[in-house]
Design a protein around this ligand. Structure first.
Ligand code: PLP
Length: 449
């Protein structure tokens, strides 16, 4: 089919998280194929995919072993469920593997198809748990401004993304509370140290808990590095100060590792990078290198005890999805985890990360760049209209999109999140490809300045 016909066909699709009006008028970029860290559009132009798609194609766009694993599983058992006491090999093996890799104490796992569903399931389990524990009032959940946990009714309510909430009439507003965004560069008071900023963030959390009453707060959700908020690394001491507050008030800690899991921060989990001890961990994306849709919600023994108790009380555990633990997705995830181990992907990320982070540091001398921070292979670059005066662009999204468009002209796909530019290249990216990626970015900044 010609590219023109494809553009016509594409007009029937309601695009996700998109400027629908602009898309209807101009059409979008149609991606035709991929190889390594590059993708090609239908016009034949190639791009370095500096976002790995949506922070997810960790092994790039041409890993044949994953295609073969899917094909083999489709021939053997293309579908089966894990309802009503049934199970299958790929789900059983993946459960064992994943709980073995998980932070200590997370010995049970539920599978879904997306990060949103993993977090949605976590929310349901938390409410269920507190009902089983005889604490029906302990239900509110705290997220963070600009946090992103998904787009179901519950997870969009939990996320701190106003444009994903406006006019959707999300009904759970009273159950979801938000604390400040921990972007030190943007929100610190002049002269405030990073640690003092973190202490202020922690004090705000504790004040909210005390105002609402700890007996009404069930859980706190956080991404180790905030992705959709703009690839924001936590300020020094942030989680160190927050975790004891959660413990003190008997509040569950959920780490959303949908982006950070499986090496993104240079360790298996963001939890390892930042010393986090969650009660629940959610993951997706890099679990299968995104060759198949699959996500997981890992829970502690205490949470699982509540599910057992509820199952005894009601006759069964009343939760599940037709495609949860899909055998093809589980087989692809198992193969992905095998590849990570065989190729020692963690060591690779640690080896190339300094090239990435040093290159970003050098960009701070650019007139448009106020800040550039990252960890492992995730980073955010903050654009500023006047960096000496710390003055942001009055139309932040326009500034970000101008840089994003210049990048695309230079064969580079990045993501503008307001006035922040996010980078999460495939984990397999080489040092030479990182240098190329940053050279294209630097050229694009010059053009957009
Ligand atoms: N949690 C985080 C941290 C994410 O970044 C995302 C998606 O980008 C989600 C949850 C939602 O995942 P999905 O789009 O697979 O539903």
């Amino acid at each position: 089919m010609s590219a023109n016909n494809l553009h016509e066909a594409d007009r029937h699709m309601v695009h996700q998280q998109a400027d629908l009006d602009g898309h209807d008028k101009k059409g979008g970029m149609l991606i035709a194929r991929g190889d390594g860290v590059r993708v090609w559009d239908t016009e034949g132009r190639d791009y370095i995919e500096a976002m790995a798609g949506l922070w997810c194609a960790s092994l790039g766009f041409s890993e044949k072993r994953l295609a073969e694993a899917a094909y083999k599983q489709m021939l053997e058992l293309p579908y089966y469920h894990t309802f009503f006491g049934k199970a299958h090999g790929p789900a059983a093996l993946l459960s064992e593997k994943l709980t073995g890799l998980a932070p200590e104490g997370l010995n049970h796992v539920m599978f879904q198809c997306s990060g949103s569903e993993a977090n949605d399931a976590a929310i349901k389990l938390i409410w269920y748990h507190n009902n089983m524990r005889g604490r029906p009032a302990k239900k509110k959940i705290i997220g963070r401004i600009r946090g992103y946990h998904g787009n179901t009714v519950a997870t969009a309510s939990l996320s701190g993304q106003p444009h994903m909430q406006a006019d959707f009439d999300l009904p759970y507003g009273d159950r979801f509370l938000h604390v400040s965004n921990p972007n030190y560069y943007r929100f610190s008071i002049p002269g405030e140290s990073e640690r003092d900023f973190s202490a202020r963030m922690a004090a705000e959390l504790e004040a909210l808990i005390e105002k609402e009453g700890a007996d009404t707060i069930a859980a706190f959700f956080a991404e180790p590095v905030q992705g959709g908020g703009g690839a924001i690394t936590p300020p020094e001491g942030y989680f160190e100060l927050i975790q004891p507050i959660l413990k003190k008030h008997d509040i569950l800690f959920v780490t959303d590792e949908v982006i950070c899991g499986f090496g993104r921060t240079g360790n298996m989990w963001g939890c390892d990078t930042y010393g986090l001890k969650p009660d629940i961990l959610t993951c997706a994306k890099q679990l299968s290198a995104s060759y198949q849709p699959i996500s997981a919600t890992l829970i502690s023994d205490a949470l699982y005890e509540s599910l057992l108790e509820g199952s005894r009380k009601h006759g069964s555990f009343g939760h599940g999805f037709t495609y949860g633990a899909h055998p093809v997705a589980c087989a692809v995830a198992l193969e992905t985890l095998a590849i990570y181990e065989e190729r020692d992907i963690l060591s690779h990320v640690r080896a190339v990360s300094p090239v990435f982070l040093k290159g970003l540091e050098a960009l701070k001398s650019h007139a448009l760049v106020g800040d550039a921070r990252g960890v492992g292979l995730i980073a955010g670059v903050e654009l500023m209209a006047d960096k000496a005066k710390r003055e942001p662009f009055p139309a932040a999204a326009k500034a970000g999109l101008a840089v994003q468009a210049a990048c695309e002209r230079n064969g580079l796909i990045v993501r503008a999140i307001g006035d922040r530019i996010a980078f999460t290249p495939p984990l397999i990216i080489s040092a030479a490809e990182i240098a190329d990626m940053l050279a294209r970015f630097s050229r694009s900044l010059d053009e957009a300045a």
